[in-house]
Design a protein around this ligand. Structure first.
Ligand SMILES: Cc1cc2nc3c(=O)[nH]c(=O)nc-3n(C[C@H](O)[C@H](O)[C@H](O)COP(=O)(O)OP(=O)(O)OC[C@H]3O[C@@H](n4cnc5c(N)ncnc54)[C@H](O)[C@@H]3O)c2cc1C
Length: 277
C-alpha cells in the first residue's frame, strides 16, 4: 500500500514554494513502446498528455528490434507507415533456422494477409525516437526525459498525478488520469497497489554479443547440441539469445564469460559458439 507520505493535498498554484508542478489531462509514466504509442494516440486525439521517461534518451542495448506485420498494419492505419519505412531498417520476408549445418525455412511472412509481408528490424531506440517525433507535432503532447516518477499524488483515495525526480529537482504533475507504462518492474503499479498476476516461467533468455564475421550466413536461429541460439544482425556484432533453465545462469559464470555493462561477451572462436553443458 502507498505510504501516508503519498497523500498530498491538492497543491495551491503559484506560491513559488515546494516542487515545480503543472497540470495535464493524462500523465503517462514510462517512455517505452506502450507509453510513447499511448502518448501519441492521445495527443493526436487532442488530449493533453505528458509522458515521463526516466532516462535521458531511448537508447537501450539488448532490446527488441522486431516490428511485426501486425504492428506495421497499425502504423499504416495511422498513416505513419511510409515515413516509418523511410528510416533505416531491414525487411525479413522469411526466418530461417540452421540445424546441424543445414538451413531450413521456418516462417514465411509472404503468405500473411497484412500490408507488409515481412518482419522489420529496427533498433527500438530508433522506433521510439520516431514515435516521439511524430507525437511532438501535436501541441497536446509533452515529453519529459530524465524524469523519474517516484510516487503518486493522492487526494484522499483518488490518484491525482505523480511526483517525479528531475536533474533540476522534484516536480509534481497533476493529472485527471495517470497511466503506468513503466515496464515490468512498474513502480506506479506497486504504489497504486494494483494486483499483479505472475506466470511461472521455467526459462530465462541469456543475451550476449558475438562479433560478426563477414562470412556468417544471414540465418536468424541455430539449433544443435540441445540448444537454440537466436542471432540478430546488429551490423558489427550479433545480438544473440539462448534459452537456459530458470536460475541456471550461475552455471555459465565459471566458464569465463564475465558479465559486462551491456551483456555477455563471448569469445568468437566458432560459429555458432559452443555451449557449456
Ligand atoms: C532482450 C529483449 C529483447 C526483446 N525483443 C523483442 C522483439 O524483438 N520484439 C518485440 O516486439 N519485443 C521484444 N521484447 C519485448 C519488448 O521490449 C517489450 O515487450 C516492450 O519493451 C514492453 O514495452 P513497455 O513500454 O510496456 O515497457 P518498457 O519497454 O520496459 O518501457 C518502460 C519505460 O518506462 C521507463 N520507466 C521505468 N520506470 C520509470 C519511472 N519510475 N519513471 C519514468 N520512467 C520509467 C523505462 O526507462 C522504460 O523506457 C524484448 C525484450 C527484451 C528485454
Amino acid at each position: 500500500m502507498p505510504g501516508e507520505s503519498e497523500t498530498t493535498p491538492v497543491p495551491g498554484p503559484g506560491l513559488g514554494l515546494g516542487p515545480r508542478s503543472w497540470d495535464t489531462q493524462c500523465c503517462v509514466v514510462g517512455g517505452g513502446p506502450a507509453g510513447m504509442m499511448l502518448g501519441y494516440l492521445l495527443a493526436r486525439a487532442g488530449v493533453e498528455v505528458t509522458v515521463l521517461e526516466k532516462h535521458a534518451d531511448f537508447f537501450r542495448d539488448f532490446r527488441g528490434d522486431t516490428i511485426h506485420p501486425a504492428t506495421t498494419d497499425v502504423l499504416a492505419e495511422l498513416g505513419l507507415l511510409e515515413e516509418f519505412l523511410s528510416l533505416p531498417h531491414t525487411e525479413i520476408p522469411e526466418l530461417r533456422l540452421g540445424i546441424d549445418g543445414q538451413t531450413f525455412g521456418l516462417v514465411d511472412f509472404r503468405h500473411l494477409p497484412s500490408r507488409c509481408k515481412f518482419m522489420a528490424f529496427m533498433p527500438q531506440w530508433d522506433f521510439l525516437t520516431f514515435l516521439a517525433t511524430q507525437a511532438m507535432q501535436y501541441p497536446a503532447f509533452r515529453l519529459e526525459m530524465s524524469t523519474e516518477a517516484t510516487g503518486l499524488l493522492r487526494h484522499g483515495e483518488q490518484v491525482i498525478g505523480v511526483r517525479a525526480r528531475t536533474p533540476q529537482g522534484e516536480v509534481e504533475i497533476r493529472a485527471d488520469l495517470t497511466v503506468a507504462c513503466d515496464g515490468r518492474f512498474s513502480l506506479i503499479r506497486e504504489h497504486a497497489d494494483l494486483p499483479l498476476r505472475e506466470f511461472a516461467m521455467p526459462i530465462d533468455v541469456l543475451w550476449f554479443r558475438v562479433p560478426r564475421s563477414e562470412d556468417a550466413p544471414p540465418t536468424l536461429g541455430y539449433l544443435g547440441g540441445g540448444q537454440i541460439v537466436l542471432a540478430i544482425d546488429r551490423g558489427d556484432y550479433w545480438q544473440c539469445g539462448t534459452i537456459i533453465g530458470k536460475g541456471t545462469l550461475r552455471r555459465f559464470r565459471p566458464r569465463g564469460w564475465p558479465p559486462s555493462a551491456t551483456g555477455w561477451h563471448v569469445p568468437h572462436r566458432s560459429w555458432p559458439p559452443a555451449w557449456p553443458r
